[in-house]
Write a protein that binds this ligand. Structure first.
Ligand code: AMP
Length: 355
């Protein structure tokens, strides 16, 4: 529990949520815990200014070490870049909302601390969604919903890539969904820019060659279901990794009809344009170990299982503002703290955070 003698400035109030003390702007009322992650806790709240429900994330102890501090900076910075309002586009749509429909939008950010040397708590206010994908995949979904969720994930990934951002931590808990089946990607904590990825150490690079079934955590027994990768792929691996793969027994791939049998897919409704066979075909193109042979995001968007939702305006939304690569140099905690504090001050100068 944090100290209860915490200083609460004007325009803010303090409320205890579980183990955490939240000091938030008074405009946000009725806080309720909805989730927690590696970085902190997330509450729903009612925004009395905009008259709508929002999500507020408190990054817990963002300055405990360099990794946390850098993650916090990236999350704030990348969210606000991805989220900038492109004038011509938003004017066209008369939209007050962020233009990247499939990436969570930042609505506000603040800290109750007024000075850099006191700065310790970072709050980010976002659009509120209803559930994360861990919860949604437990439900019985029909082909229409499955393919719509997939289409939106692909759009979101395309937007990130068009900004040179690689998410690196895409998993069901980082994807949130509304009850109307709209979907958004969250959490840019581990996001890397393409330039950084290029400069990564061999160890990290090799992780990109991990078999999809390993990444998917399907378990050791099933690890070789896609079969041993072919020679042309092995030749492109780091020598140590190649050695490891070559010294393992050779496996024939299990046919996709066996891996993903008809009974694993929803029944195809008579009226539906979408079938389990199409879903399986798309999976077989996505779960390819060799990234050069794996279906690209653009081609996946054109696949018959997904292209029923294809909307050029959504898919080809203009690229987000570029991320400043100079920020990617290693810095100490105090330096990250200063950058984040400056971002918050700039935000407060250019937006009315109170009302
Ligand atoms: P995070 O710390 O960003 O990984 O979020 C942890 C969990 O909080 C997620 O898995 C979601 O269940 C929930 N969550 C985060 N942001 C939102 C949001 N904007 N709307 C609804 N739930 C959210």
């Amino acid at each position: 529990m944090e100290p209860s003698s915490i200083h609460v400035p004007d325009n803010y109030y303090s409320v205890t949520i579980g183990e955490a003390q939240m000091v938030v702007l008074k405009r946000y009322q009725n806080l309720r815990l909805i989730g927690s992650g590696a970085q902190g806790i997330v509450c729903s709240a009612f925004d009395t200014v905009r008259n709508e429900q929002v999500a507020i994330k408190k990054l817990s102890r963002p300055f405990q070490n360099v990794t946390h501090a850098k993650r916090a900076y990236r999350e704030l910075k990348l969210m606000s870049l991805v989220n900038h309002k492109n004038v011509s586009f938003t004017t066209f749509y008369f939209s007050f909302y962020p233009i990247y429909f499939q990436i969570i939008g930042i609505l506000n950010c603040f800290t109750p601390q007024k000075k850099l040397d006191e700065f310790n708590d970072l709050y980010i206010v976002m659009e509120l969604m209803d559930a994360n994908l861990c919860q949604v995949i437990q439900m019985d979904l029909d082909h229409e919903r499955l393919s719509y969720l997939l289409y939106q994930m692909l759009c979101g990934i395309r937007h990130l890539h068009s900004a040179g951002i690689i998410h690196r931590d895409l998993k069901p808990s980082n994807i949130v969904v509304r009850s109307d089946c709209t979907l958004k990607i969250l959490d840019f904590g581990l996001a890397r820019t393409a330039i950084e990825a290029f400069m990564m150490t061999p160890y990290v690079v090799t992780r990109y060659y991990r078999a999809p079934e390993v990444i998917l955590g399907m378990g050791y027994k099933e690890n070789e279901q896609l079969g041993t990768p072919d020679r042309s792929f092995l030749e492109r691996l780091q020598p140590t990794v190649r050695n490891y793969v070559e010294n393992r027994p050779r496996y024939q791939p299990t046919p996709f009809e066996v891996l993903f049998s008809d009974s694993m897919f929803p029944m195809t409704a008579d009226s539906s344009r979408l079938t389990g066979a199409q879903a399986r075909d798309l999976l077989s193109r996505m779960l390819v170990i060799d990234p050069e042979r794996r279906i690209s995001v653009d081609d996946a968007l054109r696949h018959p299982y997904v292209n029923v939702w294809f909307d050029e305006i959504e898919v080809y939304a203009p690229p987000p503002l570029p991320y400043d690569h100079n920020m990617d140099v290693e810095q100490n905690v105090d330096s990250w703290r200063e950058h984040i504090f400056r971002e918050l001050t700039d935000y407060a100068r250019t937006h009315d955070i109170y009302s």
